[in-house]
Design a protein around this ligand. Structure first.
Ligand SMILES: [Zn+2]
Length: 274
């Protein structure tokens, strides 16, 4: 009888489904506008994650976790809740007042506003592209060696009117200087536009995109695969620009972030080496 009870208890133990313990781990729990975090979820069947007001797709990794990158919007004002199923984590937000920069850009005659708006929409659509495979590894590299002229997030007053926060970094460079791909990826967009001039957007996979504006020339075309450090174009002053420089930007699921977030940190450092 005792033996039978023990057997029953043992089989009950094995037959009962183990509760799924869902856990969220995040590369940093204190963030600032423009920051990027890597979110890792284990023990959840969910394919998506809530990050603030957005739902982001999760991608399966070899260690059994699901992960995604997430961007902190540059106009974020309050702490960000990250949740997957019942599990919730809150990120502390540190905001420092953005600097203001005044610019005067000579008015261009006969601007086709409708065309400029359509081009802008096409770029935004390209930037929001999500492809499943992560195409790069390690840190991003600076596309030109020049110093930062205007950092990310600076508030701009253009010709006396509010121009919004700077959605990238402006790097110094001479006209014709080679512009290199920050990381391996695929050319999503490569076109001449009214506002951002000759523009390139690169897809690095899993929602991460980098952009290169005001180029004088292109060395790639849409659909090309590029390696890190490959010359994709040259510095210029095309579009709304006050002189030769490179506007370099990065986006995570369409949220504009500081591209240096990917230069400072290899989010997968040590991954797969355990
Ligand atoms: Zn810029």
């Amino acid at each position: 009888m005792r033996q039978g009870l023990r057997l029953m208890a043992a089989s009950a133990f094995f037959l009962l489904p183990l509760p799924l313990i869902c856990a969220i781990s995040i590369s940093s729990k204190t963030v600032s506008p423009g920051d990027v975090v890597l979110v890792s979820v284990s023990g959840s069947a969910a394919d998506g994650l809530r990050f603030g007001k957005k739902t982001l797709p999760l991608f399966p990794y070899n260690d059994g976790t699901k992960k995604c990158f997430a961007g902190v919007p540059f106009d974020a004002q309050e702490s960000i809740e990250v949740s997957c199923g019942e599990e919730k984590v809150r990120l502390k937000l540190t905001v420092t007042a953005a600097k203001t920069e005044k610019l005067s850009i000579p008015a261009k005659e006969n601007i086709d506003e409708a065309k400029a708006a359509a081009e802008h929409d096409r770029i935004l659509k390209a930037i929001a592209t999500v492809s499943g495979r992560k195409l790069w590894s390690g840190k991003f590299g600076k596309p030109v060696p020049g110093a930062v002229k205007t950092p990310f997030g600076v508030n701009r007053i253009v010709n006396g009117l509010p121009g919004g926060g700077h959605r990238g970094v402006d790097l110094g460079g001479a006209s014709g200087e080679p512009v290199k791909s920050a990381a391996a990826g695929r050319v999503l967009y490569c076109e001449k536009t009214i506002a951002s001039g000759n523009s390139i957007a690169l897809d690095h996979g899993q929602g991460v995109v980098s952009v290169y504006f005001h180029l004088s020339s292109f060395n790639v075309k849409a659909g090309d695969s590029v390696e890190k450090g490959q010359v994709i174009g040259a510095v210029g002053s095309t579009g709304f620009s006050t002189g030769p420089h490179l506007h370099w930007g990065a986006y995570v699921f369409g949220v504009c972030v500081d591209p240096f977030a990917f230069v400072r940190k290899d989010f997968f450092y040590g991954y797969g080496k355990r």
